[in-house]
Design a protein around this ligand. Structure first.
Ligand code: KG4
Ligand code: ZN
Length: 348
C-alpha cells in the first residue's frame, strides 16, 4: 500500500509518498519526499513568523502535493490512505495541512490518519535504518522539543524526560542570534564551531537532580535544561569589549556546542543503561548536527549499543516521516473522522 503524507507544522510545506515493502525488517520505502522551505521568508525577521508561515503553506500546499504524486508516479487511485501531522506545532500552519488532508481524503474516498509530529521524527529512524532493536531509547531534539522516549514495541512511545525550559534547537537559534549570526542558527553555529576551540569559554553544564514538579512520573535527573547555558553565553558576549572577532565567535560556538552535545548524549546513554536498551536513536532537526552525529556513533561503539540516525533530509521536518508514522498507525487500526482538528499542544 502507498500512503500520502502531509506535514505543515512549522515552516516547511512537505508532502511525500511512502510505500510498504512487505519486508518486516525494512517495512517502508520512500517514493517521493517534496519539501518547500520557507527559511528565506522568515530569515528577514530572525525567526518563524506564524502568520506568514500559514499564508505561505496555503500558497505552496497544492503544488507540493502534486509534485509528490508526480515524482512517485502515483495516481490518487493508487493511494490507500492520507496521513497528516495533527500537532504539535503552530496552529495556523497545522490547520492548512489538516484541512487539505481532510479535503483530499474526502474527495478521493481515502481513510485519514492523524500523526503526532514527534512520532514522525521517531519513525524517521525506522524509515532510514529499518526496525530498531527494541527496547530502544530515542532522543527527539528539535527547535520545539528535547525529549527522551522509550520504545518497547513498534509504535509505542513512552516519555522518559523532557526539557524544562528551552529546546536544544531553540538554544542554538538564540545563541546564533546573540552572536549576530543568521537564521536558523543551528547549522551556522555547527559550521563555525568546527574551526573554534571548544575549551576556550568556560560555560556551565546543568545538573538536574530533583524531579520536575510539573511532570510527576518523569525521572527528574534525565530532564534537560538549556536556558542557563544560553544566559551564560549572553553574559560572556556582553562582558566582551568591542565587536566579536571571527575567531571569538568560533570559540563561543564550539564551547556552546561541546556542552549541548555532551549533555544530550550523557542523558541518552544513561537512559539506555537504566532501561537496558538494545539500541539508541537521535532524531529531529538537531540530529543534523555534525558533532552530535559523530559523538553518538562513537559512544554507541564504545558501549556496544547500536546508535541510529536519520539522513540529513529526514532529520529536519519532512512528510516522509509523517507518512511512515501514518502507515504504522493505519496498520494499528487508527483513522480519524472528517471532524479531525489541528491540536497545537497534542501530547504523545
Ligand atoms: O525538527 P525541525 O526541522 O523543526 C522542529 O520540529 O522544530 O528542527 C529545527 C531545529 C532548528 O532549531 C535548527 O536550528 C536546528 O533544528 N538544526 C540544527 C542543525 N540543523 C538544524 N541544530 C544544530 N546543528 C545543526 N546542524
Ligand atoms: Zn520537527
Amino acid at each position: 500500500m502507498r500512503i500520502l503524507g502531509i506535514e505543515t507544522s512549522c515552516d516547511e510545506t512537505s508532502a511525500a509518498v511512502v510505500e510498504e515493502t512487505g519486508a518486516a525488517a525494512t517495512p517502508w520505502a520512500i517514493r517521493s519526499n517534496v519539501i518547500a522551505s520557507q527559511v528565506s521568508i522568515h530569515r528577514e525577521w530572525g525567526g518563524v513568523v506564524p502568520e506568514l508561515a500559514s499564508r505561505q503553506h496555503i500558497r505552496d500546499i497544492c503544488g507540493v502535493v502534486e509534485r509528490a504524486l508526480d515524482e512517485s508516479a502515483t495516481a490518487w487511485t493508487d493511494l490507500g490512505a492520507v496521513a497528516v501531522t495533527q500537532g504539535p506545532g503552530l496552529v495556523g500552519s497545522l490547520l492548512v495541512g489538516v484541512s487539505f488532508a481532510k479535503a483530499v481524503a474526502a474527495a478521493a474516498g481515502l481513510p485519514l490518519v492523524p500523526v503526532h509530529h514527534l512520532a514522525g521524527h521517531i519513525e524517521s529512524l525506522v524509515l532510514q535504518n529499518g526496525e530498531l532493536p527494541l527496547p530502544s531509547v530515542v532522543l527527539v531534539v528539535s527547535g520545539g522539543h528535547t525529549s527522551l522516549y522509550l520504545v518497547e514495541r513498534p509504535g509505542s512511545y513512552q516519555l522518559l524526560s523532557r526539557t524544562r525550559d528551552d529546546a536544544a534547537g531553540e538554544a542554538y537559534d538564540k545563541v546564533a542570534k546573540l552572536l549576530g549570526l543568521g537564521y536558523p542558527g543551528g547549522p551556522i553555529v555547527d559550521r563555525l564551531a568546527q574551526t573554534g576551540n571548544d575549551r576556550a569559554v568556560a560555560l556551565p553544564t546543568t545538573r538536574l537532580t530533583h524531579a520536575d514538579r510539573n511532570a510527576p512520573g518523569l525521572k527528574g535527573d534525565l530532564d534537560f535544561s538549556f536556558s542557563g547555558l544560553k544566559t551564560a553565553v549572553l553574559r560572556h558576549v556582553r562582558a566582551h569589549e568591542g565587536p566579536l572577532s571571527e575567531s571569538t565567535i568560533a570559540d563561543v560556538s564550539a564551547s556552546f556546542q561541546r556542552i549541548v552535545v555532551s549533555t544530550l548524549i550523557d542523558r541518552l546513554f544513561e537512559a539506555a543503561r537504566r532501561y537496558q536498551a538494545k539500541s539508541v536513536g537521535v532524531a529531529g532537526g538537531v540530529s543534523a548536527n555534525s558533532r552530535l552525529r559523530s559523538e553518538v556513533q562513537e559512544r554507541g561503539a564504545r558501549r556496544e549499543i547500536p546508535a541510529f540516525l536519520p539522513s540529513l533530509t529526514l532529520a529536519t521536518d519532512n512528510a516522509a516521516m509523517i507518512a511512515a508514522a501514518g502507515l504504522r498507525r493505519f496498520r494499528a487500526g487508527v483513522t480519524a473522522a472528517l471532524d479531525l482538528n489541528a491540536d497545537a499542544a497534542l501530547t504523545l
